[in-house]
Design a protein around this ligand. Sequence first.
Ligand SMILES: [Fe+2]
Length: 281
Amino acid sequence: MMNAGLDIVDLGRWPIHALDTPAGTAMVAGLRAAIADRGYATLEGFVLQATAAQLAAEVEGFVDRAWPGIDRATPYYGRMDPPLPDPPPGHPRLRTSPRRMAQIAYDQVPAGNGIRALYASAAMPAFLEAVLDAPPLHPMACRYQSVNISVMGAGGCQNWHFDGSEFSTTLMLQKPESGGDFECVPRLRGPGNENYEGVGRVMDGDRSGVVTIPVPAGTLMIFRGERSLHRVSEVAGARRRLLTIFHYDTRPGLVGSLAINRTLYGPRVEPQDETRGPALV
Ligand SMILES: [Fe+2]
């Protein structure tokens, strides 16, 4: 049993501390099947509503620390994988959509916060390894990227994009009054098939393949976003959308590069010892 750091988790419903028990085994099997089938799993009530509300209230207390970053981006965030030296005008590699979100960096989340405790727990990476059938996962050693809180006020949104990492792990703390939906076109691209035509259609407003994934407050989501184009629709109303993002990696001691961290978190970012691991892209 591994309970340390899991105070905010409803372990009765989601026994991530007891993977070897019948309940733990059944939970992992169900989540693995969901990910194989749909590319994602949602764990509703991972954190009880009241706990999520309390965590959100704490975040509201330091929400002005969030850094807005860039306001538009391509689905690829400028990455060129595979190389495409000279895309023609109008190509999805060159097209951007709005990104109106800010991020709170790891070092801005106060010590003792339940989100930090969950991230640092032994149970969380072990649970993700089991569900994703992944090699051992480690928390990042990065002062900024390890855990982030995405903040979207009225008008906030995230651009259509593919993730650069194999999977993402998020915890919804607070939903807005309306909008702020997680929208996804599952498996729009695959190995050796970038499907730029399909990406262009979605960016033109084609909704035929778009799925909206319900993510109530308190839900943990494990998502494979490398192949599925996704975004967050525009937030409406006064209540902010607050989402925690946990970054684990198979490479121990990973630290984000100075350039990327300054883009994501602003000019206050200081150099770190980057020799412990390669830069996150
Ligand atoms: Fe993403």
